[in-house]
Design a protein around this ligand. Sequence first.
Ligand code: GDP
Ligand code: IMO
Ligand code: MG
Length: 427
Amino acid sequence: MPTAILVGGQWGDEGKGKVIDILASQTDMVIRSQGGNNAGHTVVHDGTTYKFHLIPSGILFPTCQCVIGNGTVLDPRVLMEEIDGLHEKGISTDHLVISDRAHMIMPYHPVFDRLEEEARGDDRLGTTYRGIGPAYADKIRRIGFRIGDLAKPRFLAKKLKFVLRLKNEILRGLYDTELFEEDVILDEYIRLGEQLRPYIRDIFPMVQEALRADSKILLEGAQGALLDLDFGTYPYVTSSSPTAGGALTGSGIPPREVDSTIGVFKAYSTRVGYGPMPTELTGEVGDVMRERGAEYGTTTGRARRVGWFDGAVARYSALLNGVDSIALTKLDVLSEYETIRVGTGYFFRGEHFEFPMSNISHLKHCEPVYEDLPGWMAPIADAKRWEDLPAACQRYVERLGELIGAPVDLISVGASRDETILRKLPY
Ligand code: GDP
Ligand code: IMO
Ligand code: MG
């Protein structure tokens, strides 16, 4: 049963794209199972940088079947642009397949995303404005459109008439803004549907066949556990389930087929958007860390919030996902610190806490408890083996593994593929 789930262990941007690219070389199928083009996965492959939003990070390997699963929400415009962009770089997408059950981001979804954020004022979430929340909300309300619907223009037109009545009513009455026209949407989406048709199909039979054939399957997570709709820092979360559980419903893989869960953790913390982040570093210390880590969003270009590694968050995330193996990234970014702090829990009103703290206001106002570890003050990007890492660096990695509660099998010390120490193949 060589099937593995790969999840982001923190607030997203842990370096999942890089790790997938490494594992994809010996994987038969990579499946994206949740999220949409809020994700931005960077892969530096043979000296070229690729930024994937919807397409699985295994696409650079022609032998790796890349599947966009039913649990995702897809903006067909963005999807087409991403496919065209790959063709321009000479990358084939013949091995890409899109589930006909995946829901579409309709042109009104990003508009509602923005309007709702503006209406929230000071309480806004800091979404990516890609229409993710509104698209998932419509899926749950059963007024969403699946990408397979593009092949059924009459059904699409009838349903859109009804849905647009609801949408335009709110746009007019509540927001007093521009309305959407059915024909304009239909023309554009049916045209996009024709272009995307070769990729769209029912993925159930092919996933079942892959399982039967004992193929190596990797489920590519987007976002991170702390952005999970149920278990993250609600309401400062995304609208899907970026956990191991979500990966299964988003792909149709039964739990008994899963062999291992790989958690990708960054050697420190970052977060984009609002919401609690107890170990956040603001001011100059934070600015230095942000520059060293080049922490600017792949999708929106926003400066990411940065902070020390939060062991309590990481342990919670490992328990929630059942992490068997850790891929630790961006260790090189910490090379110039004399002392490195690691959060192990929190104090709130004189009491010691650990995650889960479902009361968001406690998490906002708590004080982290830190453990100070000696830094190694030496570049490590050239390290190829565990033995090449300075002793203090090894101690740091081992301490994080202890706090998370799983072995650190892969260590990333730079953005490119060769800047990786593989202690053990995670699956
Ligand atoms: P993802 O969303 O989890 O795939 O992560 P992103 O691609 O959004 O952000 C990770 C960023 O860090 C990307 O720009 C990667 O190229 C870069 N990166 C990944 N691993 C390393 C590493 O070990 N060291 C450094 N310095 N950069 C890394
Ligand atoms: P990858 O896959 C980091 C954050 C947004 C915002 C919140 C809700 O690259 O790790 P949304 O647009 O999803 O409704 O925004 O979630 N967010 C991410 N942060 N990495 C991501 O993806 C993210 N996808 C969404 O910044 O705080
Ligand atoms: Mg990202």
